[in-house]
Design a protein around this ligand. Sequence first.
Ligand code: ATP
Ligand code: MG
Length: 510
Amino acid sequence: MHLDTDSRDGTVEEASAQYADAVDPHDCSGIIGIVYGDVGTSELKCSVMAPLENGEYVQIPHDTCGPVLGQVDSMERKTNLSLDKAISMSQGEMIDIEEKVLANIVVIGYRDERGLLQTPKAPFKAGSAVTRADDELISKVIGIQQNEKSGAYIGLLNGHDIPIHLDINEMVQKHVSILAKTGGGKSYMVGVLIEELLKHKVTVIVIDPHGEYSSLKEAGKTSEFSEKFGVKPRGYADQISEFSPDTKVNKDAQPLRFTLGNLEARDILALTNVKNIRHALPTMKKVLDMIKANRQSFSMKDIIKTLEAQEDAQNANLIQELQYLDEINIFAERGTKLDELVKKGQMTILNLRGTAPEIANLIVNRVLTSLFEMRKINAIPPMLVVTEEAHNYCPQQGTTACTKIMRTIASEGRKFGLGLVIITQRAAKVEKNVLSQCGTQIILKITNELDLKAVTSSVEGLTTGVTKEIQQLPIGVAIVCGGNIQVPLFVRVRPRETRHGGESVKIIED
Ligand SMILES: Nc1ncnc2c1ncn2[C@@H]1O[C@H](COP(=O)(O)OP(=O)(O)OP(=O)(O)O)[C@@H](O)[C@H]1O
Ligand SMILES: [Mg+2]
């Protein structure tokens, strides 16, 4: 029986028959199929006669361009088993099933004599043998450079032993996003990235809402994969310092405190949710002038007392907000200096575990604003700010205390060498303007439709096949796009050198 898999010229059947004798179905290195049907310059179909998977790289000969690199975008098994026959089978009847597998290949291209990535201008020939691509062609066409000096080694190209490095300068200049559903492997990936940054003596500050990054101080365990990936366990304690507004909860951290003395009225109001700024600003200025005329160091309680003494009903909301700030104990006579917080080639963890969300936002705003101002005048080294749970700091809907500074760093940070690493499990809930400024994207498994939409609209070059794959990515495989990577790559994330601090909580141990 003829299986009409394609009404266009050429069928899988004909293509398969042509090479049936020549192909050993267990041979993984040779021909995997034959080009058939109507053939284009950017897409083609091929029969499949050897083990093959979505995302694999293949090479197709071309008359004028030489071997051209392609990638399996989707695959399909065509069968003649009808519903009726399937029912008969379930009742014990023996049925012969005729089946053929076809693959849709997207053409990635070839390098011309000037080294530029090109796609053929004329179609491939039907009947051409498609083979598995060799590592040399893949590296050359995709432009994978083994630049260990300025590259962060994040893992191996999936299915190959080609190490993948992300350009660190690109990351600092053009920001990075790490997107996946909860439990998708974001924090593990961030850990890998930070290990590389520390190895390259890059300055990093991590906004850590759950206190999971202090584990980077400790060496991890050797796993069976460590050797294959060339990774040895090690800790980075000598390059890590940790600060927290709540040192009762986070005992290993140094206290993070702000002084009032060098704050202007506008800065203090920025820490509050005061609505009536037109009244509050002149009032606050007056009160601060009165206090500063008598002494240099003062407390929040002094400001509150002076405001209360004015007996103005309009000050009620302002007093209430200041009382709240006083209670959370983030102000002290001596505040944390920025040069204590940021040290060249070191990582600083801002451990916000146990800190109320609105206070965390105020703190992040304060720190990011200072970092941005100090970078502008080159008073601190170029650096990366890793923001876990970024949807809480720059949400798509509404604003928070740090929305403005996050937007500013996203759009202007590249000029000043202040890069953002945006991490979220809800891509749709992060402000689009911030997400779309990220030049490098690391995407792990995402299943929520709204999040997928947000990802595909902010990332260039994702084919339909790759978008489908995002929903099925196994733990430990990432799709990496942008930066120094010219086409989206499937990467097997390397094992961690350090202990991963974000392990899922188990009620029953293995
Ligand atoms: N590349 C990897 N190799 C091995 N295990 C991994 C890898 N990535 C993640 N895991 C495991 O998967 C689990 C979840 O990973 P991780 O904590 O990074 O998820 P997450 O995306 O940060 O989740 P959440 O949104 O809840 O913070 C962890 O227990 C971790 O050990
Ligand atoms: Mg996490």
